[in-house]
Ligand binder design. Structure first.
Ligand code: 0A1
Ligand code: ZN
Length: 891
């Protein structure tokens, strides 16, 4: 619901411990068709000096109606408390421990924010992170208040046969009027953001996992009846995650039951509520006919992620929300490692780094830039960002680079030993890592407090006379001028950070040079240099010939690196000989970026794309030289957002035309190779779909090649695509063929193919999300009208976040239509933001984020985008979520 403009801003430096604690809480949910009553009975403990009697403040929200307040069993006289929409204050609570009972009424069926208690497809469910529990009852809604929960749920037995909450089922029975109940007890203390309740008509699939100490854990996945046949992959992923965490981190599951529930209406991906994970259904349901390789990979990763939170997030949680990266950065790191172990490690690393550079670097360079530990926020929901999650994971990787895998594990062990059952800070994590290894890691602390992506430049010098090779590093941060916070001492000019540079040197014959730093010991063929100063040099001795350096192997730190004087020959040398697979890929990627930027610059000068005949020779070379899983990557062009970093005031449509030109060039020059790639990697007739690294790599290359061939506009290719589309036996191939048809212009075949796809999948909302996204992202000029029409299509539901992400974010990815010169795309998104803000603040604020990059574009577009931001800003009753992003963008 829209609220008045915000006045409250939370700040890290204002943290104080809570004046009271809640030792235990009994919740009684009386679920009803329209009204739900929540009876909460809390055992409150003082957490202040005995001489004081501070007021007790419990957070609330305007949709929660207070019905009764009792202290130690007696109704509290009205003059002893104050109730506002923000919360309930007990003016003079009793001294010592006491019992506080609060009854509230809610309307879950009217709750479109999808926070607190709401309904999805007629079933009840909750989402409490970050601050949704206050939408259920008045409570100390902060993560450092950790209580033991007992939850009774009562509902109509026919409408809600399944009644779930956290922990163990300790009771159940019949109630009056065709109702029934269950009682759940969670033996582990937890913050209220980890509370969950699910009630409804759900089917269940069950399995078991035997832990390393021999305990049997019941694993259950709940879905609507229609979907229960699609949970096997998620179940297997869960079992693999449980085993992996035991093997890699020695972490065993701690209850006898682990539940996952899939719901269609969910703002984010999934939620790690203690023993009752709630998932967006798109991250649970998958069979080869409905889900792509990408979907399977995401499901595996997110199932792992939520499971891993049981230790990194639940057993050890955050003291306050500024510490979010403590659990998220660490858990993303863990899910990335899990996925790397389950699939191809090098491929996963390239994918993770691409995402980081394409999106997080952009965030770091825009108006919402914040350190992985933000210093202030208006709405915490806005800080579930790529910076906190993905850059946070890269910062965890820095510990690993510095300490090695064994040292990292020692640090993790000490972290759990010290902090199990506590709500702690990022400093506590750093201290555990440092103490376990006897290392001073204070140089890593700046990564938590500085926003922006550090820039690292490297100059190299070879001295044939004394056979030394010198690397000179310089570091500086970008983004400082766009920092959100007013300049404060130390923030506008950044301090140097510790940058671990994993590296090797390649001799002219491609062999590895043994590394020996001046005055040091032999290091083998790979070393991790610790760059800690603004300027620092490392001198290698005994280098017989001028080498080619291979720096930042595996992307050992999240920085922009420039190697001065690096030639195309150097890059091709790395491509051919580097022992680090990431850097081999990186060499090709750098070549592709250089090529695209050169093409763009030439087009800008001459007003003609490709006018100077720049082809793709470098990339043709790259394609020829890489093999296996990397061949598909070798012809993947860098994302626009990555290129724009070095293109001031970019024209996104011109950049798109450059991409199209280069795609056509490559398709023409590589046609025989691409056709061979299709033929060699096609599935054999009757071949079963498998989600394995090798099978995914084959499909990726085949489909990438088909996408290129589609760009040729050859009717024969279109015919082949249509044939493939009709005959596809899995969704990866089916949706790729449809997308390629779209790229090929599709001719008259495209509308019929789209209609056929819709009819085939009419009953599968998750598949229709792909159908919506594909049409929304079309680069056919004037497509905004079609997207407006799709909003009225039965496949689209404005109250469903997935629908909005597919249609609107899909549209924002179209350079031609979102960035249309007449501003029609921006106006459409402005309309969408305002409409959505009345329904769901979190979804609206994700949409408005499409405007935050406006300073990257040319003057006309900046003005048009800014005008939409201003129009949103001037609208009455804006949510805090949208207000925060718009106001920071307009600064
Ligand atoms: N903790 C979850 C993500 C999550 C965060 C916020 C939510 O609502 C605002 C929902 C889910 C995770 O990292 O998976
Ligand atoms: Zn998480």
């Amino acid at each position: 619901m829209p609220t008045s403009p915000p006045t409250l801003r939370a700040a890290l430096q204002d943290y104080t411990p809570p004046p009271y604690l809640i030792d235990s809480v009994h919740l009684n949910f009386l679920l009803g068709d329209t009204v739900t009553r929540v009876e909460s009975c809390m055992q409150v403990l003082p957490n202040h000096a005995a001489s004081e009697r501070p007021p007790l403040f419990l957070h609330g929200c305007e949709d929660v109606k207070l019905v009764a307040v009792k202290v130690n069993g007696e109704s509290l006289p009205v003059e002893q408390y104050e109730v506002e929409s923000s919360g309930l204050t007990l003016k003079t609570p009793p001294a010592g421990a006491f019992e506080l009972e609060v009854h509230t009424d809610l309307h879950p069926d009217q709750n479109t924010s999808l926070e607190g208690l709401y309904t999805s497809g007629g079933n009840f469910c909750t989402q409490c992170e970050a601050e949704g529990f206050r939408g259920i009852t008045f409570f100390m809604d902060r993560p450092d208040v950790m209580a033991k929960y007992t939850t009774r749920i009562e509902a109509d037995k026919a409408a809600c046969p399944v009644l779930l909450s956290n922990g163990n089922l300790v009771g159940s029975g019949e109630a009056e009027g065709g109702r029934h109940f269950t009682v759940w007890e969670d033996p582990f203390r937890k913050p209220c953001y980890l509370f969950a309740l699910v009630a409804g008509d759900l089917c269940m699939k069950e399995d078991t996992f035997t832990t390393c100490s021999g305990r049997s854990v019941a694993l259950r996945i709940f879905t609507r009846a229609h979907d229960i046949g699609r949970v096997d992959f998620a179940m297997q992923s869960l079992k693999r995650s449980m085993k992996w965490d035991e093997e890699v981190f020695g972490l065993e599951y701690d209850l006898d039951l682990f539940n996952i529930v899939a719901v269609d209406d969910f703002n984010m991906g999934a939620m790690e509520n203690k023993s009752l994970n709630i998932f967006n259904s798109r991250l649970v349901l998958a069979t080869p006919d409905t889900a792509t390789d990408g979907d399977f990979g995401r499901i595996e990763g997110v199932v792992g992620h939520e499971y891993f939170h049981n230790w990194t997030g639940n057993r050890v949680t955050c003291r306050d929300w500024f510490q979010l990266t403590l659990k998220e950065g660490l858990t993303v790191y863990r899910d990335q490692e899990f996925s790397a172990d389950m699939n191809s490690r090098p491929v996963r690393r390239v994918e993770d780094v691409c995402r980081l550079r394409a999106a997080q670097f952009q965030e770091d360079n825009g108006p919402m830039a914040h350190p992985i530990r933000p210093e202030s926020y208006i709405k915490m929901d806005n800080f579930y960002t790529l910076t906190v999650y993905e850059k946070g994971a890269e910062v965890i990787r820095l510990y690993e680079a510095v300490l090695g895998k064994a040292g990292f594990r020692k640090g993790m062990d000490l972290y759990f030993q010290r902090h199990d059952g506590q709500a702690v800070t990022c400093d506590d994590f750093l201290a555990a890592m440092a103490d376990a290894n006897g290392e001073d890691l204070s140089a890593l602390a700046k990564w938590y407090s500085q926003a922006g992506t550090p820039r690292l430049s490297v100059a190299a010098e070879y001295s044939p006379a004394d056979k030394t090779y010198t690397l000179r590093f310089k570091q500086a941060s970008c983004g400082a001028r766009r920092l959100l916070l007013p300049p404060t001492p130390g923030q506008p000019t950044k301090d140097p950070v510790l940058i671990p540079v994993r590296m090797g040197l390649l001799a002219p014959d491609g062999g590895e040079v043994p590394l020996k730093l001046r005055g040091g010991e032999m290091l083998g063929s790979e070393a991790v240099l610790r760059v800690t100063k603004a300027e620092q040099e490392f001198v290698f001795e005994g280098v017989e010939q001028a080498p080619v350096p291979s720096l930042l192997r595996g992307f050992s730190a999240p920085v922009h690196m420039t190697v001065e004087g690096q030639s195309d020959e150097d890059l091709l040398h790395l491509l051919a000989h580097d022992t680090d697979s990431f850097n081999r890929w990186e060499a090709g990627h750098v070549l592709a970026k250089k090529l695209m930027r050169a093409l763009y610059a030439a087009a800008k000068d001459s007003n003609e794309v490709g006018g100077r005949g720049l082809g793709g020779t470098g990339m043709v070379c790259v394609y020829a030289r890489v093999d296996g899983a990397f061949k598909a990557f070798a012809i993947s062009l860098p994302e626009n957002s990555e290129l724009m970093d070095k293109i001031p005031e970019a024209d996104p449509i011109l950049l798109h035309e450059v991409r199209e030109f280069l795609t056509r060039q490559l398709a023409a020059r590589l046609r025989p190779e691409l056709e061979a790639a299709v033929a060699e990697n096609d599935s054999a007739p009757g071949e079963q779909y498998e989600f394995t690294a090798a099978a995914c790599a084959r499909r990726a290359l085949k489909n990438k090649a088909l996408g290129y061939l589609a760009a040729l506009g050859d009717p024969g290719v279109t015919e082949q695509l249509l044939h493939r589309f009709r005959g596809a036996t899995n969704m990866t191939d089916e949706i790729n063929a449809l997308a390629a048809l779209d790229r090929a212009g599709g001719g008259s075949a495209l509308p019929a193919a789209l209609t056929g796809f819709y009819q085939k999948w009419e009953q599968e909302p998750l598949v229709l999300l792909k159908w919506l996204a594909l049409q929304a992202g079309s680069n056919v000029a004037g497509n905004v009208a079609a997207v407006r029409r799709l909003m009225a299509h039965p496949a689209f539901h404005i109250t469903n976040p997935n629908s909005c992400y597919s249609l609107f974010l899909g549209f924002a990815r179209s350079p031609v239509n979102f960035h249309a010169a007449d501003g029609s795309g921006y106006e459409f998104m402005g309309d969408v933001v305002l409409q959505l803000d009345k329904i769901n603040h979190q979804v609206a604020s994700r949409m408005v984020s499409a405007f935050t990059t406006f300073k990257n574009y040319d003057q006309q577009r900046q003005a048009l985008m800014r005008a939409q931001l201003q129009r949103i800003m001037d609208t009455e009753g804006l949510s805090d979520n949208v207000f925060e992003i718009v106001s920071k963008s307009l600064k």
